[in-house]
Structure formats: C-alpha cells, structure tokens
Design a binder for this molecule. Structure first.
Ligand code: GRG
Length: 320
C-alpha cells in the first residue's frame, strides 16, 4: 500500500493513485450483486469504468483538509476521515455516471463513445440505459444515507442529502442541461458570458461545488470552512467546464475517450463560442490565480501537501 502520510515532497501522482484505489474498492463493494442482474450490470458498466474520479477526489481532499479540528474528529478520534466520506464520494460518482449515461442517449447528445468504450445505450439498449441512470440516481442517495458512519450527526447528513438533491435536480444539473438544450443551435449573438456561466454552473458546477462543500458539512467543519470550500468548488467547476470546452476543440478521441468536435457541430453555447480559444485560455489563467489565492488565504491546504491546489491545476491542465 502507498504511504498516505504525505510529507516533505508531495507526490501528487501517488496521492491520486492511492485515493482512486480506495474509491474503486468501495464503489465495487457498494455495487456488488443485486437483481435484476441486467440492471446492475448496466449500472456497474458505467460506474466501474474508470474516469478521472475528479469529483470524488475533491471530496476526499476536502475531508482531509478540514478534518483536524472538525466536530467528527473530536467525537470519534479513531475514525479515519477518508473512510468517513467514502459513501458520499461514491454517491457523487454514481450521480456523475448516471448524468453521463443520460447525456449520451440519442435524445440528448447521442454519443457512441465514453471513457474509451461504447456508451451504455450502445451496449444495453436505450430503455435499459435510461433505467440504469434512474437506478444510479436513487442508489446514490441510498448509499449516502445507509452507509454513512453512525458517528456522523443526523442533522449534518440531512443537510448533505438536501444539498445532493439540489445540486442534482432542477436548480443544478437538470436545470443546467435544460438551459444547454435551449441554447444549442442558437446563433452566437443570442447568448453571452452570463448565459454560458449559468449553463456551466448548473450542468457541471453544481456537483463539483457540492463535492467540496459536502464533506466539510458532513464532518462538521466551521461555516467559514464550508463556505470557502464551496467557493473553491465554484471556481474549479467553471474552470473544469471551460477546459472541457477547450478540449472539445483541441483534443483527440483516443486521449479524450469521447468524440471531440461535437460542441461546434451542434453549435453549443460554450465559452469558446463567446470568447474563442485564446479567450478561454486567458479566463483559465485568471481562475487558476483566483483559486490559488483562495486556497492560501483560507489555509485550505494543510501542512506540506498542496492537495487542493494540485487538484485545481489538474482540473485546468488536464489532457482528458
Ligand atoms: C442529473 C438527474 C440528472 C439527470 C442528468 C444529462 C444531464 C441530466 C446532465 C448533464 C450533465 C453533464 C453530462 C455535464 C457535463 C459534465 C462533464 C464535463 C462531464 C465529463 O466529466 P469528466 O471529464 O468525466 O470528469 P470522467 O469520465 O473523467 O469521469
């Protein structure tokens, strides 16, 4: 097993691979077995198919960052903070996976390729893909509520469950997706920066914001810590989606594991269509600087392990 205690020189790759391994193990455990068999197979196909796991990694990193001094650390000093947020991290990845399944359906983006593999409906058919998405949506809440540690305060868990519904539903991902549809195919003059920011904040930003805020709330961090992490989530969420817009223009299918060039072909309202590639790069540089200041001013990264800072940079400088 890799060292979890990162000291002196921070090895970000080792950090990523260790935390991803813990998460994959839990996801497989929470999704082991189940019937009807074909439904569970379709759900597992999309959840256990890799992906960067950025949202879960943000949740784990936020938990590690706030753990010393939070309510739970005092109430249950022997509890491992990564273990404590695993149901939450897994629930977030389930919601993310279901959103990808539905997004790829013929009635939405109609994609054949996801994470370098045929999309869920290409393997299981449209009806089963729809139901696998529905199943994951509810399994996420079930895992969060049923698997969370008994030392977690019920009021905190309830707040987090409410936050998950808000981030996922009409005021989050679903609303963002609807706005995305409303502006797809629209001429450039019909939308502006505020429109694109609002689409991005719902479709992508809401879950990433939640991924950083929720572990702090769940473990009983201070309100200031919760709010600073939520703001960092907004910065990373927008930066992540602008990077996604950029990669759709500059990336290739093999590296991305999905079809590039679709935003342009379907005339999506993206940052690139408002500001161009250079404009997107400039915005990303500004957001990276803003995130960096927020992290250092609020001491969000503790000790010598700049985990959140590294995840911020990873969200922006990734190639897939
Ligand atoms: C949430 C109830 C509910 C329904 C779904 C379709 C839909 C509503 C929302 C669309 C959400 C969506 C697909 C947003 C795009 C976000 C995005 C950039 C996804 C790619 O994320 P990565 O790069 O993927 O993190 P990996 O494969 O690495 O996990």
């Amino acid at each position: 097993m890799l060292e979890t205690n990162v000291t002196e020189r921070f090895d970000f790759d080792a950090y990523l691979s260790h935390r991803r391994k813990l998460l994959e193990h839990k996801l497989a455990l929470y999704m082991d077995g189940g019937e009807p068999e074909v439904l569970w197979e379709a759900m597992r196909y999309s959840v256990l198919s890799g992906g960067k796991r950025l949202r879960a990694l943000l949740t784990i990193a936020a938990a590690e960052s706030i753990y010393p001094g939070c309510e739970l650390a005092k109430a249950a000093p022997d509890l491992d903070c990564i273990e404590a947020v695993m149901p939450l991290a897994a629930a977030i990845e389930m919601i993310h996976a279901m959103s990808l399944i539905h997004d790829d359906l013929p009635c939405l983006d109609n994609d054949d390729l996801r994470r370098g593999k045929p999309t869920n409906h290409k393997v299981f058919g449209e009806a089963m893909a729809l139901l696998a998405g529905d199943g994951l949506l509810m399994l996420a809440s079930e895992v969060l509520i049923a698997k969370s540690d008994k030392h977690i305060k019920p009021a905190n868990l309830l707040d987090v469950a409410l936050g998950l519904s808000r981030a996922t539903g009409p005021s989050g991902m679903v609303g963002g997706q609807v706005k995305d549809m409303q502006f797809t195919g629209s001429a450039e003059g019909n939308f502006d920066m505020a429109t694109v920011e609002s689409i991005h904040a719902g479709k992508t930003g809401a879950l990433i914001r939640f991924a950083l805020w929720a572990p702090a709330r769940l473990l009983g961090a201070s309100e200031k810590q919760c709010q600073s992490l939520a703001r960092l989530g907004e910065i990373i969420g927008l930066a992540f989606q602008i990077t996604d817009d950029l990669l759709d223009v500059t990336g290739d299918a093999t590296t991305l594991g999905k079809t590039p060039g679709k935003d342009e072909a379907s005339q999506k309202a993206t940052w690139i269509r408002v500001f161009g590639v250079d404009g997107a790069r400039k915005k990303l540089a500004l957001m990276e600087a803003e995130g960096e200041s927020l992290i250092s001013e609020n001491s969000l990264d503790n000790g010598s392990a700049p985990v959140l800072l590294s995840l911020l940079k990873y969200s922006i400088n990734r190639e897939k």
